[in-house]
Design a protein around this ligand. Structure first.
Ligand SMILES: [Zn+2]
Length: 282
């Protein structure tokens, strides 16, 4: 039950009201910690490379590592491109063997976002790869006061049906008071906007910027129709905190520090898997 597109698992998650986690991973310690958590808890999951990792010297090797680990895995795992910046990047990822891709056209005018998402979806679907797009714009947590105060970038529910129908996209990332990175102030998810979007489309809905959202808001968002949640910042902060604490206590060698990264990923990925209700769903 190894490497797979996440689409069939998302449909089940949507029906049964839990969310499948996506973890952004950059090296083998992070990958191994995340995979162990998914296997510990018998959860399906998504191992993602952020688009800025494409085109690097180790991109093909890291993707091959992810694929090999997924193929050996006891649980279903998708390898996904996160925030693909262009049609070309999405095609590169597919060629490297990713099972799902995100094209992020959220900064583009709506018609351009639709046109490129549609092209990505058509090409990806021809080879069995699932596609996520973003409507509205999930900004940075460092700008959260402005995002929340002015509802900056929030998804326009009136555009959702047209976007989904014209693009043929499989998963839709929405902006409902969520933001990437560390939030400046308390995150506040607009559950009414989520409900309105959910009423309009059956497409699996995705929440980016999951680091810092309260447990109660996560649970409410999942009950409201979110069935995929992206986590990155939380994992890296925890790993960094543990490494810094050990270094402060006198650990000097990376050989000592390295396992702390794996353990931090295993623990925090496990925490999110259980919080999202994905444990036991593999
Ligand atoms: Zn994101």
């Amino acid at each position: 039950m190894p490497l797979t597109s996440i689409l069939p698992y998302l449909q089940r998650a949507q029906q049964e009201k839990y969310a499948i986690p996506l973890f952004d991973l950059f090296d083998s310690n992070a990958v191994d910690g995340a995979f162990q958590a998914l296997e510990d808890l018998r959860a399906p999951g998504i191992a993602a490379l952020y688009s800025n990792q494409l085109g690097k010297t180790n991109t093909a090797a890291l993707t091959a590592y992810l694929r090999a680990r997924a193929e050996q895995s006891q649980v279903p795992i998708s390898i996904m491109l996160d925030h693909g910046a262009s049609f070309e990047q999405c095609m590169q990822a597919i060629r490297l063997g990713f099972t799902d891709v995100m094209f992020d056209g959220s900064k583009l005018p709506l018609e351009d976002n639709i046109a490129i998402t549609k092209a990505v979806a058509r090409a990806a679907h021809a080879v069995g790869v699932g596609v996520e797009a973003e409507l509205g714009q999930v900004g940075m947590g460092s700008d959260y006061q402005e995002i929340y105060g002015k509802r900056k970038g929030y998804t326009d529910p009136a555009a959702v049906e047209k976007f989904v129908a014209e693009t043929g996209v499989d998963m839709l990332a929405i902006a409902i008071g969520n933001a990437h990175g560390v939030y400046q102030g308390e995150p506040n998810i607009d559950l009414n906007l989520l409900a309105e979007i959910r009423r309009r489309v059956e497409t699996p809905l995705v929440l980016h910027g999951g680091s810092g959202i309260s447990e109660a808001q996560f649970r409410a968002a999942v009950q409201g129709g979110i069935c995929k949640i992206n986590i990155a910042t939380d994992l890296y902060l925890e790993a960094g905190k543990n490494v810094a604490a050990a270094a402060a206590k006198g650990a000097k060698s990376y050989f000592e520090l390295m396992p702390l990264v794996l353990t931090a990923f295993r623990q925090r990925c496990g925490y999110h898997i259980e919080l999202f209700g994905a444990n036991g769903k593999a």
